[in-house]
Design a protein around this ligand. Sequence first.
Ligand code: HEM
Ligand SMILES: CC(C)=CCC/C(C)=C/CC/C(C)=C/COP(=O)(O)OP(=O)(O)O
Length: 302
Amino acid sequence: MQVSSVSKPRQSLLGLLKDLYEITKPKVVFMLVITAIVGMVLAQEGWPNGERLIIASLGIGLLSAAAAAMNHIVDQKIDAKMARTYNRPIAKGRVTNEQAVGFAFLLAGLGFGLLYAWINPLTAWLTLASLFGYAVVYTLFLKRMTPQNIVIGGLAGAMPPLLGWVAMTGELHPFSLLLVMIIFTWTPPHFWALAIHRRDDYARVNIPMLPVTHGLSFTKNAIVLYTVLLTLVCFLPYLVAMTGLIYLVSSTILNVIFLHYAWRLKTTESPTIAMDTFKFSIWHLLVIFVALLVDHFYLIRW
Ligand code: HEM
Ligand SMILES: CC(C)=CCC/C(C)=C/CC/C(C)=C/COP(=O)(O)OP(=O)(O)O
């Protein structure tokens, strides 16, 4: 049999599975599911029904993973040109468009079906809307159009606590919106810190991220302002008696540290401070959501 010299070597099944796993952005999806679970737990007294919690987490996780895979499909050309992303499976051609599209729709169908059949239609539709918000509205349009891309697009990634809450109760509760607001105001400092570090990457592919369009100084000020806003938003769950002192003390300490990072990012020239701030942002959100859980079970009011 003749093998064309231009044909790519076929990769093993294990290699393909690893690549498909990678395009689901597993660490991000893990974090999204944690925030959804916190929404589920806070929706009632004590623990929610275990089986319902697992199915809802699976459904929200599958739709988030599908959204991430769609982001890889839409962004493959720019991913191929950026130092951070050039080795991604679709950008490199290790996963074909047909494979990726089939995989993304399979995950989306499974996730939607699980939520619709076993949880409730409202959760299924809202989660599908979040997928659409991230994979289409953010990735296909906003990302390429405006430096406010991640502020508006961040709403999709902020939705899981509300999705989790609706999964348990079938209703939209204002308390769940406070959790959405925390992630919504956290997203700009989370991402812009990374975008400062990767500014040249985004400039090369003409993606109008804030440090490219408005410069470093403007972006650093915006990070400080959003971190102040985040700190204020984090007081709200305590002020409306949704949470107790464990949450208040934990979130305040975390926000003071985040503010310190943001201030150092603005005022020092350290080459590592932008990435340090980005990395801290992930721990910050994770610990705040763990604190919400602990607070739910060991409520201390003052
Ligand atoms: C529009 C909103 C967002 C944007 C633009 C954004 C951007 C990014 C980017 C570019 C990375 C990759 C950094 C790298 O490759 O080293 C990243 C990593 C990460 N993001 Fe975000 N993010 C957003 C929202 C979120 C949300 C809502 C969450 C979770 C609640 C989240 C959690 C994470 C985590 C856990 C990582 C680390 C992943 C890893 O180490 O592989 N992000 N984010
Ligand atoms: C159903 C549901 C809750 C959907 C939300 C799905 C989701 C994966 C949200 C996370 C947001 C995120 C990682 C944005 C980065 O995209 P980017 O294209 O700017 O980053 P990249 O260059 O690393 O791909």
